[in-house]
Structures are given as structure tokens and as C-alpha cells.
Design a protein around this ligand. Structure first.
Ligand code: SF4
Length: 451
């Protein structure tokens, strides 16, 4: 038996793609190895959105170089955003890597494995093809045929937006949507295999469908998925403030399986910086959109992304970001310090002028603010009862998520993975909720489970 290990960093899209590669390899007779050190085939699925991620890739490639010196039959393949560079230069710098293949291009991996079969495994082949990139469609399934309670389903690849700091349009190319029928068929199959929640993925899910015949949109896709029996919840990531439609907001309101959570990157609270980032909206536009969302869905939870230390960001401009966060009060803020990505417009046009210690201190100030805001928001859950979709056990407790994407821990003697139960919240922190299971909800959960 040939063993593979997939090492993944980066966004949810990378995680979803790694699951698909794992499905492809499992279908080809390979077995997963939890340890990189002992696998016969190691695949690195990479991200270069931040310098720190790039440093980790280079460190892991160094580790693999040492292992390959001892074990010459080790095969190493690298995919994801790191491979979007000059391939000749990559081969020259990392001669111990056997294959660099494009993000999402499973066919390149499949063809290479056919040409260079590893002992004990058939080359993965003969699988149906995805529309996005003409790739073999390996479902997100485990070796035993089951699928996770919550499964990522990519619906659109690439991005046409060209935010000046972002490498994604260069590494993943222009937007390509998957046909609605294909997504629906995949979700139906996942549900048959045990999935209860799907998270629809795209760099910009609001662009979904514009390149398909008849131009369907995300709202239409949600309406197609809503009636699927056994599917309990639908989520999606990530929205773009300039593209999110009113139709999507009203569709979210109407469809009971669509959860009350939106990930809406703000990036900066200063209009000049937003313009330099080419984000296509102002702080006022963004605030209006948040007001509309909250008016339509008062329970909505909102997460956002912030970059501090963009070239030229003054103290005053950062203060505007800080005060915008104070005013809008997000459930979750993902904050990152700007790092120039070679090949992007920002890296070509601007010097990385904000010193590292200033970036660090701004980042820290956002974290402190957010901890306080998230703590206050989560405190409001205490003594309320939440529907929790149970995902598994961690540190001796069951855990799952509310419709608003809050992590909830609770105790139970019974196995509850995949069930929708009710939990009364006893305690809150900025990061999670602790609660008590309502045992009468288990019977109801089982009934729904069997539908
Ligand atoms: S919307 Fe902007 S930040 Fe997001 S992937 Fe596209 S270019 Fe990058």
C-alpha cells in the first residue's frame, strides 16, 4: 500500500482542494498517512498570501529535502499559489520536488501519477470531470465512503477583482463558475454520505454564475440547494462588499437552511487606503450594506478581514479603521499585517513604508479591541438556547456550531456527531460558548436525521 500525506496551509479553498486530492488518491488505491515523515508521496498545498505562509512552505521543503536524501523513492508534489511563479526557477531552486502542478488542476497530478506510478497503487484515473479547470472530480469523501458533517464545496474558482495587494488573480486566474447542476449533484451525494451542512466556497461567491449560460447567481444556487432532503444547513464564503446583492440578502431571509453568517472583508476603514487597494467601495457604502443586512436579519453574525500597515497608512488612517471596527462591531475580525507579494500592483507601485513594529502594534490594537467586542457579543448568548449542529468531540466535550457560526462545547453521554441539537448557553468567552444539552432535542434531531 502506498501512503500519501497532504500538507495544507492557506484559505478554505485550499482545504477543500486538499480534500478533493485526498478523495482522488483514495480512489486510486492510496492510503492516507497522518505523518509527513513516513509517507511515500507528500503533496504540499500552498498559500503565498502572506510572507509568513511562504516562509513555512520553504521550511517544509527544506525538511523534505533532508528526508529525500535518506529515502530517494519519496515523491514530492507541490500545488497551490506557490506554483504560480516561474516554474523553471522553482525547479532550479527545489530540485528535490518531482512535480509542481497548478492550483485545482488535479488532472496534472493524475497524469503525472499515471506516468510515474508508485509501487502498490494504481494511478488515479477514470473519474468524472469538473467544469472548473477540466479536472477529475474527487468527492470530499473518506476512505470508508462517508463525508464530513460539514463539507466545503467550491462553486467558483479565481477572481477578477485585482485588489492591489492580492496575489490570488495571478495564482488562481480569472473567475470560472461550476454549473449549478454539477454543484447540486455533488451536494446530494455528500448528503447521502453523511454531510449535513455545506459551505459554498469562492474567492468572491457574489460573482458566482456570471460566466454561466443564463447567468444564474448565488441566490439561485441557494434556492436549488434548499429543498435537498437531509441537508440541514447552507453557508457560503467569501462575499465582496461591492458585489453583494440585495437579492442575496432577501433570499437569505427567506430560506431557512441558509445560516445567519456573512464573511464580508472590509480591509480598511479609510477611503484613501480603500482606493489604493482597489476595493471598489467606500466606508460609507460598506456601512450602508451592513445596516441593510442587520435590518433584514437582526441575528446575523458578521466576520471581516482587516489589513494594517498598507503602504503609506498613517496613524490617522489606522485610527479610522479602529473606530470603524468599534462602530460596526463584528463577531470575528481576521487581522493581518501587510506584506508585499511579488507580482502584485501594490508591490510594484509602493514601498513597504510602514515599519514592522508599527504594523505589529496596530495589529495588536485591533486584536485587543476585537477580543472585547467579541466577548460582549458572545455574552448576549448566555441563557439563550441555540440550535447546534454537532461536529465531533474535542478535549472530552462535544462541539458544534450555532447558525451564527459560534463554536459551542457541551457534555453528553451519547454519540451526537451529525445531529442538530439544542443547547442552553451557560458561559461565553470571545472565542467560544459553553452550554448544557437539552436532552429532549436529541429525539427530534434523530427524526430530522432520518428524513
Ligand atoms: S476580491 Fe480582492 S482580495 Fe479577494 S481574492 Fe479577489 S483580488 Fe484577492
Amino acid at each position: 500500500m502506498t501512503h500519501y500525506h497532504i500538507w495544507t496551509i492557506g484559505c478554505q479553498m485550499n482545504k477543500a482542494e486538499s480534500r478533493r486530492i485526498a478523495g482522488l488518491l483514495t480512489a486510486g488505491g492510496y492510503e492516507e498517512d497522518a505523518r509527513l515523515e513516513s509517507a511515500d508521496l507528500v503533496i504540499l498545498n500552498t498559500c503565498v498570501v502572506r510572507q509568513s505562509a511562504e516562509d513555512r512552505i520553504i521550511g517544509t521543503l527544506g525538511l523534505l529535502k533532508g528526508i529525500k536524501r535518506e529515502r530517494q523513492d519519496l515523491r514530492i508534489a507541490v500545488t497551490g499559489c506557490f506554483t504560480a511563479r516561474d516554474r523553471k526557477a522553482l525547479h532550479k531552486r527545489f530540485p528535490h520536488v518531482d512535480l509542481f502542478f497548478d492550483a485545482g488542476a488535479y488532472n496534472q497530478l493524475s497524469e503525472w501519477l499515471s506516468a510515474h506510478p508508485l509501487p502498490g497503487a494504481a494511478a488515479p484515473q477514470g473519474l468524472p470531470h469538473d467544469s472548473a479547470g477540466d479536472t477529475p472530480c474527487a468527492r470530499a469523501i473518506e476512505a470508508d465512503g462517508s463525508a464530513g458533517v460539514s463539507t466545503y464545496v467550491p462553486i467558483i474558482q479565481g477572481c477578477n477583482n485585482f485588489c492591489t495587494y492580492c496575489i490570488v488573480p495571478y495564482t488562481r486566474g480569472r473567475e470560472v463558475s461550476r454549473p449549478i447542476e454539477e454543484i447540486e449533484a455533488e451536494v446530494r451525494e455528500l448528503v447521502l454520505r453523511g454531510t449535513r451542512e455545506v459551505v459554498l466556497l469562492g474567492q468572491n461567491v457574489d460573482s458566482f454564475g456570471h460566466d454561466l449560460p443564463g447567468h444564474p447567481d448565488l441566490a439561485e444556487l441557494l434556492m436549488r440547494l434548499q429543498p435537498i432532503p437531509g441537508l440541514l444547513r447552507i453557508r457560503f464564503l467569501t462575499n465582496h462588499p461591492k458585489d453583494m446583492s440585495r437579492r442575496l440578502i432577501s433570499t437569505m431571509e427567506e430560506l431557512d437552511k441558509v445560516c445567519e453568517h456573512i464573511d464580508l472583508a472590509l480591509q480598511s476603514g479609510n477611503n484613501d487606503i480603500l482606493r489604493e487597494m482597489n476595493r471598489g467601495y467606500t466606508v460609507e457604502d460598506y456601512s450602508r450594506l451592513v445596516d441593510e443586512i442587520r435590518a433584514a436579519m437582526p441575528r446575523i453574525s458578521l466576520s471581516t478581514d482587516i489589513i494594517v500597515g498598507f503602504p503609506g497608512e498613517t496613524e490617522l488612517q489606522f485610527e479610522e479603521t479602529h473606530s470603524t471596527l468599534e462602530r460596526l462591531r463584528f463577531d470575528v475580525v481576521h487581522v493581518a499585517a501587510y506584506s508585499p507579494r511579488p507580482g502584485t500592483l501594490a508591490a510594484r507601485k509602493y514601498a513597504d513604508s510602514v515599519p514592522d513594529d508599527v504594523k505589529r502594534s496596530r495589529l495588536h490594537r485591533v486584536e485587543i479591541l476585537q477580543e472585547a467586542v467579541a466577548g460582549q457579543i458572545n455574552e448576549r448568548y448566555v441563557r439563550g438556547t441555540e440550535d447546534v449542529l454537532v461536529q465531533g468531540r474535542r478535549r472530552g466535550k462535544w462541539f458544534g456550531r450555532t447558525r451564527t457560526d459560534k463554536l459551542v462545547f457541551f457534555e453528553s453521554e451519547e454519540g451526537l456527531t451529525g445531529q442538530l441539537v439544542q443547547v442552553t448557553i451557560d458561559k461565553a468567552s470571545p472565542w467560544a460558548l459553553q452550554g448544557t444539552l437539552d436532552y429532549t432535542s436529541i429525539t427530534e434531531a434523530r427524526r430530522v436525521h432520518q428524513l
